[in-house]
Write a protein that binds this ligand. Structure first.
Ligand code: BG6
Length: 486
């Protein structure tokens, strides 16, 4: 879908997100021929860089994050020619006039202000945009998560942004929603007649959602220690995935129809009782261990502190109290420095009601539909078959496997490539609405509140494993097991 001419202003342009994701994403779209000739990217940050210094930074970022086989010198020059830089002080007066001047020649275009900054700057930046006349009808604002650190602060942030931009021009990014396989979940559910009749408590035993990372907190320990896995991953990414699995079919795929259905799921989440007991929620923190690349330090060493109550792992059991899902647990799990990087959703169906086979045929494993988000994106349906050969009836579970890279052989675009252009197109479907973010916090807050009274630190786990044993006990207590790993 073509996009209209636009100017994208990236606040925090010298930061990690801009270098790792935003600049490479825009480069990729340019390479794909999707950027109109009149598309400009203005970097804005506090640093006093000359334009050629910013261009060098952008070139380096793209070289680092886009494989050499996917770029060529001409494309690089074309993209760099679109870039500008303005030094702006988000909390002061410096640079705003210059930014307004840089935008003046583009006033017929769509303006996208991407706030890739600390959340504490969202308010001051929006306020300046308003004051300098940059927040008019053609302007949209994109904010990165986390929106707040609890319900009260999320409301305050939303309030501040809302004073300058109306809701239909605010884009709250959850980059998981831009992942190809996550969107595919909607196609799978709503473009196939096969699943919907089975998509309920009568046929589904439980759901597992895992977002496991093998990396540690890398250079982000400062931010991470104030957040923790519950705020960093569960409040947004994991709950959004849960919503897409659990929501009722929307009447159409327009932004509000989809977001209304997700909101209903968030509101139907049963409050987690007893968050300190490890019955329903387990928090962990990694200790030194080993990953594929060798020995790795523990969280406290990376943080450079003797102690921290911040969790780098969470497993929890959520329940959606609706007719469709009554009694179906949703087990959610995420963590840093786990055994491997894998994100997937497992829909575990109920066992067959009766076995017609001799015990010698072996156990009948219930069917599973696995949606693999990364790596090796794809969909797998785990079925029972007869083990081939003359050895009589022996049952075996095998995957009916559809790997996207094998099936389509195309590069999977990064979530940001899709999402930034959706902002230009004015499509909010894959962005979180204010009430959704707040409903998610409303469910998360009591867990945070309970933890704030915890005397015991998070349960330790060795880096390179599947988290604390309490996370395994959490699901096994219900007579179930994690489908993969752990
Ligand atoms: C971010 C979190 O939102 O998502 C990071 O802040 C995390 O801590 C990242 O590493 C994971 O994203 P992805 O796309 O690599 O699964």
């Amino acid at each position: 879908i073509p996009v209209s001419p636009f100017a994208l202003v990236v606040f925090g342009a010298t930061g990690d997100l801009a270098k790792r994701k935003l600049l490479p994403a825009m480069f990729q779209r340019d390479l794909a021929g999707q950027l109109p000739e009149e598309a400009t990217v203005i970097g804005a940050a506090r640093a006093h860089l000359r334009e050629d210094e910013f261009l060098a930074l952008a070139r380096e970022a793209i070289e680092e994050h886009v494989p050499a086989s996917e770029r060529d010198a001409q494309a690089m020059e074309r993209f760099l020619a679109r870039l500008r830089y303005v030094a702006v002080n988000a909390t002061g007066e410096e640079g705003w006039q210059e930014l307004a001047q840089a935008l003046a020649p583009t006033k017929e275009r769509i303006w996208v202000f991407y706030l890739a900054t600390a959340p504490s700057l969202f308010g001051p930046i929006c306020e300046h945009l308003g004051r300098f006349g940059l927040a008019g009808g053609n302007a949209r604002v994109v904010v990165e998560k986390p929106v707040g650190r609890d319900l009260a602060s999320a409301k305050a942030v939303n309030e501040v942004i809302g004073r300058v931009f109306p809701e239909e021009r605010i884009y709250r990014i959850d980059h998981y929603l831009g992942k190809e396989t996550v969107q595919n979940l909607m196609a799978l559910r709503f473009a196939n007649g096969l699943f919907e009749p089975l998509w309920n408590a009568a046929h589904i035993d439980h759901v597992q959602i895992t977002a496991a990372e093998s990396l540690g907190v890398e250079g982000r320990a400062g931010y991470y220690d104030t957040a923790g896995a519950l705020r960093d991953m569960v409040q947004n990414h994991l709950l959004q995935l849960l919503c897409l699995v659990a929501m009722e079919p929307p009447a159409q795929l327009d932004a509000d129809a989809v977001r209304d259905e997700k909101l209903k799921v968030l509101r139907a989440l049963k409050p987690i009782a007893d968050a300190l007991s490890s019955q329903n929620v387990v928090r962990g923190q990694y200790r030194a261990g080993a990953s594929a690349g060798g020995a790795v330090p523990g969280y406290l060493e990376e943080l450079g502190a003797a102690e921290s109550m911040t969790e780098t792992f969470v497993a929890l059991k959520a329940e959606v109290e609706t007719w469709r899902w009554a009694g179906v647990p949703f087990y959610l799990r995420t963590g840093k420095r786990l055994a491997e990087r894998v994100s997937e959703i497992v829909i575990a169906f109920r066992p067959v009601p009766h076995s017609v086979f001799e015990p010698s045929a072996g156990p009948i494993k219930p069917n599973q539909l696995v949606i693999r988000l990364q790596p090796d994106e794809g969909v797998q349906l785990r079925l029972m078959i007869k083990d081939p050969g003359p050895g009589g009836m022996r049952l075996r579970q095998v995957p009916l496997d559809m790997s996207f890279s094998t099936a389509f052989g195309v590069r999977n675009p990064d979530a940001y490539e899709r999402l930034v252009l959706d902002v230009v197109r004015g499509n909010q479907t894959l962005f979180m609405r204010r009430d959704e973010v707040e409903a998610a916090w409303r469910w998360i807050d009591p867990i945070l509140e309970a933890w704030s009274h915890a005397e015991e630190p998070p349960k330790p786990y060795t880096a390179g494993t599947w988290g604390p044993s309490a996370a395994i006990a959490l699901i096994e207590r219900d007579g179930r097991t994690w489908a993969d790993g752990g």
